[in-house]
Design a protein around this ligand. Structure first.
Ligand SMILES: Nc1nc2c(c(=O)[nH]1)N[C@H]1C(S)=C(S)[C@@H](COP(=O)(O)OP(=O)(O)OC[C@H]3O[C@@H](n4cnc5c(N)ncnc54)[C@H](O)[C@@H]3O)O[C@H]1N2
Ligand code: MOO
Length: 409
């Protein structure tokens, strides 16, 4: 972020907040994909291929049976029918997947055979190639089996193992240290470690939760914890959670400035506006608020992007990759927003017979807000089906408007 000068916001508030777009651009610059390396297939699901997988040979490697039956020369079945069975002398029984014996060019399935005391008889005529999967029908040697950028699915592992491959070239999963700062204030349970670890895992990272570390007036303990989290080569990204705001002990930004550098602190996003970004050495550090809803929101729009970028995974749209697919719906009530900040509205679908209740946008599904963007807490998020993101230049959305609802995942 050019032009950002770090200022301790404690006791005075933010003099300015960066736009969400600039904040996301800062993340893109700070979080390049990890260098590709060979990865064993067993650990490769969800990783992003950095090189295409080339078929080492034809697949299938030879003409083979597609059905269980007998291999024949198709000409030998000519004229066969249920009233005119034709004996098949010396026919080879075989199962689907068996290579075709020399001199045969078709497979008569068991359903087209009659077993008699003298052997088997054909009760159906088949043309050459019937019941046969041809050599290289699925892949020829040297063809691309999977392209660069492919996020490996379980079925891909089956394909690659079948081709005899044991390794793929992929971006490794980023190791993400989650440093809890300060912890809960009011005696409530620690809420962020489990949530953030699960989100990081969802986004392709390997989480490691540390802390909570205590805060002192100048943030020295937190700065030391940040150095320790970044300096041993064991982290590709650090997320801190807590103490990012403007109160006296909100020392996470100060500690980041002391241990490394701050790219920005304060973003025009509600909830989540006290997030920040920087680095200690080569390790990017994202500061997430401690208020659990703000933490979730900042993770959804910024943290998920950082994790997925390091994993080489795509971040496709403005909202980033932390929210699910959008479906179309109609607002049943007004969504009130503030100009100048991107607002996340938690909404739920209402089944009042007007829409079809499926939330697929086809039945005129209606949504209503469950909480204003400034209402804290995860309880309202638990009642929501999705979020509507209001851009910074919007004063909100009237009732009856068509909106995109990003489903919670
Ligand atoms: N004068 C102002 N005050 C506040 C502003 C503002 O603009 N001016 N912004 C508010 C907003 S918005 C937010 S969000 C918070 C940011 O707070 P912090 O990131 O500094 O969060 P904490 O101070 O650490 O805690 C806030 C809240 O969250 C609970 N918390 C913290 N860590 C955990 C945890 N690990 N598990 C569960 N709960 C946690 C904590 O108990 C507090 O209730 O600042 C506002 N203030
Ligand atoms: O950062 Mo606060 O989130 O606007 O709730």
């Amino acid at each position: 972020m050019t032009g950002f000068v770090f200022q301790d916001a404690r006791g005075r508030g933010f003099s300015r907040r960066v736009s969400l777009r600039d904040a996301q651009a800062g993340i893109d610059a700070a979080c390049p994909p990890l260098a590709p390396r060979p990865v064993p297939l067993a650990g490769a699901v969800g990783l992003c291929l950095a090189a295409p997988v080339i078929a080492p040979g034809d697949w299938p490697p030879a003409d083979r049976a597609a059905r269980d039956g007998v291999a024949i020369d198709a000409a030998d079945s000519l004229g066969a029918g249920s009233y005119t069975p034709i004996p098949l002398i010396g026919a080879h029984g075989l199962s689907s997947g068996d290579p075709l014996p020399p001199g045969t060019n078709a497979v008569l399935p068991v359903e087209a055979l009659l077993r008699s005391s003298g052997g088997v008889e054909a009760v159906e005529a088949v043309p050459p190639g019937a019941g046969v999967e041809r050599r290289a029908a699925a892949l020829s040697a040297g063809a691309s089996a999977l392209p660069v950028g492919r996020v490996l699915r379980p079925s891909d592992l089956g394909l690659l193992a079948g081709l005899g491959l044991r390794l793929v070239t992929a971006h490794p999963p980023p190791r993400v240290r989650i440093l809890l700062v300060g912890g809960p204030r009011g005696g409530e349970g620690e809420a962020l470690g489990l949530m953030l670890a699960a989100l990081v895992r969802r986004d392709g990272g390997v989480p490691d939760v540390l802390g909570p570390v205590s805060t002192d007036a100048d943030g020295r303990v937190v700065a030391d914890a940040l150095r320790a989290a970044c300096d041993d080569g064991g982290a590709d990204l650090v997320l801190t959670a807590g103490r990012t705001g403007v109160g006296v002990d909100d020392v996470a930004p100060l500690a980041l400035a002391a241990a490394g550098r701050v790219a920005w602190h304060g973003v025009a996003l509600r909830p989540g506006d006290s997030a920040g970004l920087g680095a200690v050495g080569a390790v990017p550090v994202l500061l997430l608020p401690g208020e659990p809803m703000a933490c979730w929101s900042a993770y959804a729009l910024l943290g998920a992007r950082a994790v997925r970028r390091r994993a080489g995974l795509g971040v496709t749209d403005f909202v980033g990759a932390g929210l699910g697919r959008a479906v179309t719906a109609v607002t049943a009530r007004k969504l009130v927003s503030e100009i100048g900040s991107v607002d996340l509205h938690r909404v739920r679908f209402i089944g009042d017979g007007w829409g079809d209740g499926w939330g697929d946008g086809r039945g005129g599904d209606r949504v209503e807000p469950v909480a204003s963007p400034v209402v804290p807490g995860l309880a309202a998020l638990a009642r929501a089906d999705g979020v509507v993101v209001c851009p910074a230049d919007s004063e909100g959305v009237p009732a009856g408007a068509t909106v995109q609802v990003h489903m919670l995942v």
